[in-house]
Every structure is written in C-alpha cells, then in structure tokens.
Design a binder for this molecule. Structure first.
Ligand code: ADE
Length: 426
C-alpha cells in the first residue's frame, strides 16, 4: 500500500489516487528493478489497465534513456493478440507511466504452480507463445527476457506476452551480427549467454520458449539447482530429463529447443512444421494495424486536456521521447514552455503583439490563436493547454520563413516573462 501512496504523492496537483485526472490507481501488481506495475481504472470508461511506473531518476542514473525510448518505440509498433498492448505513455517530472492492456488472468505460471498442464493445454499455450514470438522476430524484435512473470493470461485464459523492456532491435546488433548484452533470468538463460560469446536474439528466445514448454508439461524447471554454479553447468551442458509422461514427439521438440548449439537449435519457421506443434494449430489471424500513440490534446472538457508523456517529457530535461512518434516537419518550427499564467493572459499578450505589428490574430478552437501575414506567406499559431490545475503549456508553431524576426524581437520577449520558474529544490 505504501507504494501506492508514494506513487500518488509523487504526482503534482492531482486528485488523491488519480493519475492525470484520467486513471484511478489501484493495487501493486508487480515490482522490478526499474519499474512497478499497478492496476488502474480509466475513470471515464471504467476499463482496467496496467500502469508500469518507471522512475525517471533511475532511468537517467542508469543511463537508460535510450533503453526506455527503445521500449516505447518497440511496444508501440507491436500489435498482436498475444502481446500486451501499449495504450499510451504519460509522464510527470519524476516518472514515466506506460499504460498497458490489463491481463486479468494474472501470471500463467501461477496456474502451473497448482499443477502441470495436460499435453494439449501445454501445446495451446506454446502455440500462442510461438505466434507472438514469430511475429516479433519477423520484425527484427527479440524479447530476450522471456520468463514466467512476462507470460500473462487475459480474461479468456489466452496468453499475453509482456515486457519488451530488454528486447533489442536489429539496429543494436554489432557488425558480427550478434548481440552482446548479458541479460535474462538464470533458469531461462541460454548457454551461449552464460558463455558470454555474443548471441543471436532469435535463438535465445527459442531456448527460453523451450524452458517454458518444459515447465508447462512437467510442472518444474529442466535445469535447476540451489547452487547457481551447478545450475549454470547443467544449462551449459544441456543436461535435462523429460518426465515419463512426455510423448516421444514432445520429447523430440524439447531436444530441438533446448539444443545448446544455437546454430542447430530450432527456429520459429521450423517449429511451425513440427508434428507435435502442428496438432490442432490454427494460424492465429489478426489485423495488421499501426497503433497511433495518442499525441493529441483532446477536448478541453475531457480528461484528455492533460498532456501525455510525449509532451511532458519533452518539457523536462533529459528524456525527450516526443520525437520518436512524429515525422520531422522541416517547414515548421516550434517551441513549448510551461507557464503559471491564465490562458487568457497569454493569448492577450499574443494579440497585443499582433496589433502593434499590424498582423491579424484569429481565434481558433479552444485556447488557440493564429497569426497570418503577408497574404498567408507566414503563419504562427499559439496554443495553450492545461497541464495541471496550476500550470499550462504554451506551444508556438511557426513557419520557417517570414516570421523569424517578429518572433525573435517581439513575441518571444513578451512571452519570456510568462515562463514558469519551478521553485528551487537546492
Ligand atoms: N503485471 C504486469 N503487467 C501486467 C499486465 N499488463 N496486466 C496484468 N498484470 C500485470
């Protein structure tokens, strides 16, 4: 409970227990080195979501900015029925919040812990897992951290893979084509990672899928020992024994997955033609659709009036993630700043400058005005957006030609006086 309180207290100008006036924060679902996951409810729709809160301080301290950017970029591109969706990303001064699809059924392995699965049920979950992993691999995305807590179930008991936090995209591959980061959970870690040889992300994922399949069928881990070094040695040697109820076809597949040689280890393409895997396999159909990460400011009266992470992170120093989702438009320049002034005061300043410069200022929808001059040769819009109860964000967008001088000499000096100065923390 104290985690929830800490989370709530870290938010500025928020109703107690509310996140950005949009989500009601609930119980803690999970805890990791850099993140905590909470259940939350969308206040307007009543829908459940999972919110992963990452401390910006930890991100910056651990030099993880690039890592977080990568995670957002990867997750926003993934849209598959067996992968947890990323709905939106929001942030405060101190935290980044990933709003995720809520997997109501909890962790898959909580169910296995109550008793091993039948071969048919093991196959069903394995097929769903391979479908998700194959989808990622074909896009150059590797999970690299498949482990029990990343395998969740939805309300229909279908698998949902989550947490692509440690996944790598092809760009991170070294010139020799191999990945070199040591990561992963010991019991699920592939031997080539232990050997610190450099590895291929797809082959490492196949090994972890092999461990998952073994656990589903057996109810226990294939490589296990209280002594970590002994456990590593078993993994390295690929020493495991299938329980007696394992069918010959399943045994054969497990041997191909838990092959210590990544070169000969089975790939997703080979798995889909494996006889054990194919039984009852229906190609999982889904709509290829690009997730539009919300980057709009919504209607003034809705909870959306509060800005999301793309905006907020870009105002605070350090982790500017906003550029990840927008194509740069070189014909338009923009500035943003935070102000504690009323929107009316800010827009009155703009109108004043327009008057003295003989430029028409037209009111637009909401708190927004547009300046247009020299028969449409230049344009500048100033929009004000509420950030918290006390603060607003002022966004200026202007054409790169014709307006520079007026911006620099007239409008900017007027607006400078409105910029919010946060209270000193030193
Ligand atoms: N635990 C971690 N992520 C979760 C999610 N998306 N849904 C439910 N529980 C979770």
């Amino acid at each position: 409970m104290s985690d929830v309180i800490e989370e709530i207290q870290s938010l500025e100008a928020e109703a107690p227990g509310h996140l950005f006036g949009k989500y009601e924060l609930g119980k803690l679902l999970g805890c990791g080195a850099f993140a905590k996951v909470y259940h939350a409810r969308n206040i307007r729709t009543g829908h459940s979501v999972a919110i992963k809160a990452v401390s910006k301080q930890k991100v910056l301290k651990g030099n993880l900015t690039a890592h977080i950017k990568r995670e957002i970029s990867i997750m926003s591109r993934l849209n598959h029925p067996h992968i947890v969706r990323l709905h939106e990303v929001m942030a405060t001064k101190t935290k980044i919040y990933f709003v995720l699809e809520f997997a109501k059924g909890g962790e898959l392995f909580t169910k296995v812990a109550k008793g091993r699965f039948s071969e048919d049920l093991s196959r069903r979950y394995f097929q769903q897992l391979i479908s998700a992993i194959g989808y990622c691999h074909s896009r150059g995305v590797f999970h690299r951290d498949l482990k029990p807590e990343n395998l969740l179930l939805d309300e229909n008991w279908n698998l949902k893979v989550t947490d692509f936090g440690l996944s790598a995209v092809t760009e991170q591959i070294r010139p020799d084509g191999l990945l070199h980061t040591l990561c992963g959970t010991p019991a699920y870690v592939a031997p080539e990672i232990l050997a610190k040889k450099g590895y291929q992300g797809d082959k490492v994922d196949m090994w972890s899928c092999g461990i998952v399949l073994f656990v589903l069928n057996a109810g226990y881990l294939p490589f296990n020992d209280p002594n970590l070094m002994v456990m590593y040695r078993k993994i390295y040697k690929g020493e495991f024994r299938c329980p007696k109820w394992t069918s010959p076809d399943l045994k054969r597949l497990l041997c191909r997955l838990l092959d210590t040689n990544p070169e000969t280890r089975i790939s997703v393409d080979e798995i889909v033609s494996d006889p054990w895997f194919r039984k009852g396999y229906k190609e999982i159909k889904f709509h290829e659709e690009h997730l539009e990460l919300k980057d709009h400011h919504g209607d003034e009266n809705s909870a959306d009036k509060y800005l999301n992470a793309f905006d907020i992170i870009s105002y605070s120093s350090g982790a500017n993630l906003s550029g990840m989702f927008k194509k740069p438009d070189n014909s338009v320049k923009g500035e943003r700043f935070i102000s504690a002034e009323a929107p009316e005061t800010i827009l009155a300043k703009v109108e004043e400058v327009g008057k003295t410069e003989n430029v028409a200022v037209v009111k637009k929808q909401g708190w927004s005005v547009k300046m247009e001059g020299q028969n449409g040769k230049f344009q500048m819009t100033v929009s004000v957006q509420r950030l918290t109860e006390k603060l607003v964000v002022v966004e200026i967008k202007r054409s790169t030609v014709g307006v520079e001088q007026m911006w620099k000499d007239k409008l900017r000096p007027q607006l400078n006086s409105l910029i919010y100065q946060p209270p000193s923390t030193s």
